[in-house]
Design a protein around this ligand. Structure first.
Ligand SMILES: [Zn+2]
Length: 251
């Protein structure tokens, strides 16, 4: 759930006459089929989402390099059919997060209904919708939750914040494959440092000790660098480890 500061301009295909026509059909029927679905999955939309999200899932931060992302609707299209082609309602997600989330979208406020908004009016309106509905689901383009999320060295993600807890629960962000992948990031780094620390202990020559110290420093710098490299997987996890556990590993 890396915070996205700027989603940039609306992809052309979301502004096209054809998309407008397709949207009108969806609104009229209040339902959609695969023909309609194609219009929020156009290449320019997927490419833009991949770029903004650095090829990572909006919810779990797993790399999407191995497959083309699912275009996920923050507000489910089955309920908010008129927002099916809204730029600020589209996020890239891995198939697991997308499936887990499904149509779940719990509110603390009052649900909005369709009020004959035009296509050009619904691309940057999320803050108005959120103010009325107060959704529990985190949106990485609106909510910066970095300081509300805690991780364990075991790769588990936790939070005391109700909205974060809801999102972790709904997307199943503690599912086995994710926990293992995050744990591996920690374990690999710790193993390398521990090995160097052992070598340091048994080293007798001053120049060898100095060399080992430099290598530990290098490993640490690389880990911190990756924690701020937007293109790397599990950025929030890496930053949390750097902040909370680095001194413990280096001790
Ligand atoms: Zn995901």
């Amino acid at each position: 759930m890396r915070f996205i500061k700027n989603k940039g301009t609306i992809p052309d295909s979301l502004k096209s006459d054809k998309t407008n026509e397709i949207r009108k059909e969806v609104i009229k029927k209040q339902s959609y089929n695969s023909k309609h679905n194609n219009y929020y999955k156009k290449d320019d939309i997927k490419e833009k989402l991949k770029g903004v999200y650095e090829n990572k899932c909006a919810y779990c931060e797993k790399s999407l390099l191995d497959w083309y992302p699912n275009v996920e609707h923050y507000r489910p299209k089955s309920i908010y059919y008129w927002l099916m082609f809204s730029w600020d309602n589209l996020l890239p997600a891995c198939p697991q997060c997308n499936t887990n989330k499904g149509d779940k979208f719990k509110l603390n406020g009052t649900k909005v209904v369709y009020e004959e908004e035009l296509l050009e009016e619904i691309h940057n309106d999320i803050e108005n919708y959120n103010a009325k509905e107060k959704p529990l689901m985190i949106n990485p383009e609106v909510d910066n939750v970095e300081n509300k999320i805690k991780y364990e060295k075991t790769g588990k993600i936790n939070s005391y914040d109700d909205r974060c807890k809801y999102t972790i629960d709904i997307c199943k962000l503690n599912r086995d494959d994710l926990v293992e992948r995050r744990k591996k990031v920690y374990d690999d780094f710790e193993r390398r440092v521990v090995k160097l620390k052992k070598e340091f202990k048994v080293a007798t020559k001053e120049e060898i000790k100095k060399d080992i110290e430099a290598r530990i420093k290098q490993e640490t710098s690389k880990f911190i660098e990756n924690a701020f490299n937007e293109g790397v997987e599990f950025l929030l996890f890496r930053r949390y480890i750097a902040k909370e556990f680095l001194s413990e590993i280096l001790r």
